[in-house]
Design a protein around this ligand. Sequence first.
Ligand SMILES: [Cu+2]
Length: 214
Amino acid sequence: MKNKKHLKTFSTGTLVALGLSVNSLYSLADEATLDSKDSTKSTPRHELTEGMCGSNMRMDVTGMVMHENKDTLPKDCLKISENITFKVTAGVKYAEQYPGTVFGFDQHQWQVKPCARITIELTNEDDIRHQWMIHSLPKYLYPRGMFHIEINGKGKKTGTFIVPSSHFTYLVHCDIAQHMEKGMKAQLKVGKGRGDLPSIPGISAATFADVFSR
Ligand SMILES: [Cu+2]
């Protein structure tokens, strides 16, 4: 009888301990999953809400704004030098003037001061998906060095980011398959820039030009 009671107590204790262990395992796995998804590690769990996906992303059925930064200065900037807004339009009609292209932006170059806060008001005039995507931003502020706006068909979305102090020419493009190769390639020059990128419609020659024989 004594032994049986002891055995029963032991069993209950073991079950509780096992339960706790399993719970903590799930909890650890949960944290690990969140950490791996959230490369910035700057979004506390309680701030993860529908539509953000843990990576500073505003998303709905019409598109998304990813890695927006309105307030955090790059390390090398003491203050915002200027607040500048660009209205950008994307659509196939902007390709008409550039032979060999299919897609385009209404402008393919923008100029700002170092440490500028830039707001892009992107309008998509087509019934297909387009993006305004910029690369090579500081990775400690922008995961994968990228900020981007995407619109699924006709519509408008707005996003803001801040550039560092370096004089640099940033690649801007639409990352949908073949859209950059067929005209949706542009550049953002900060300060004096660093030359022109190749194959920017209306600005620079293609690295490998197509030949259209008659
Ligand atoms: Cu596109």
